[in-house]
Design a protein around this ligand. Structure first.
Ligand code: C5P
Length: 225
């Protein structure tokens, strides 16, 4: 018997930004330190889970006992997560995925030619990684419990509630960005089908442990559904 709430679970966590190349020396990215996702990976490991962390470009040490795969672009992250999610029982999508990527990265550095002319960039939308994984989880009778994040600067509750439905996930975690980006503190709003749970402002590791406990509490009901 193990008292650890996530013993026997395979937890997959995405964290950090993605980087979408414009040319070999430039790119488009998001403001994300990766701290919240890394804290969740650490907390899930402490709770007894086998944890894999898929990280965009961040400068954070890998939590002890956690497996880590580094990725760069959203497409790269999607490919990795799609494969790993097939053998996971929980997926926490904390990555800040870039919404768009340049249609094609230039093979050589785009040069200033002195004329004052500026380059024009065209973008395409990146796939919604979480929505895709949540859809296949539902198709497989929900063996995988998916948790999404929403960083909003206003109307957090309403946006988190509608995002939960739009992404098709049982649990959506709202956080009050962007003032908490890169900070050690955060505050979370957990939205599921039963309602809202507030985790007041605290250190990200403290919140990560509380979030992991909340996820563990919801797993039996999810499996039975
Ligand atoms: O729509 P929005 O970007 O606010 O949704 C945030 C949630 O969706 C996060 O859990 C994020 O990891 C995930 N996401 C994703 N793929 C995208 C955009 C967001 O998985 N292209």
């Amino acid at each position: 018997f193990s008292p650890k709430p996530l013993a026997g679970q395979q937890v997959l966590v995405s964290a950090g930004p993605t980087f979408e190349a414009i040319d070999p020396v430039r790119g488009l990215t998001n403001l994300s330190s990766g701290k919240m996702g890394f804290a969740i990976a650490r907390a899930a490991h402490e709770a007894g889970a086998q944890v894999t962390l898929v990280a965009g470009p961040v400068s954070l040490p890998t939590p002890r006992g956690v497996g880590r795969i580094n990725v760069k672009s959203a497409l790269n992250m999607q490919k990795t997560l799609n494969v790993l999610s097939q053998s996971a029982s929980v997926f926490v999508s904390a990555a800040a995925v870039a919404d768009w990527r340049p249609v094609q990265a230039a093979e050589q550095k785009i040069k200033k030619d002195g004329s004052g002319e500026v380059p024009t960039l065209s973008f395409v939308e990146n796939p919604d990684i979480l929505a895709g994984i949540a859809a296949s989880a539902r198709a497989q009778n929900g063996a995988l419990y998916c948790v999404g994040f929403a960083a909003e600067s206003q109307d957090l509750l309403a946006l988190a509630q509608s995002k939960r439905v739009r992404k098709g996930v049982p649990l959506l975690v709202g956080n009050i960005g962007p003032d908490t980006f890169g900070q050690d503190d955060n505050a979370l709003l957990l939205v599921d089908e039963h309602g809202v749970t507030e985790l007041p402002r605290a250190d990200k590791l403290v919140l990560a442990r509380q979030l992991v406990a909340e996820i563990a509490r919801r797993l039996p009901e999810h499996k039975a559904a």
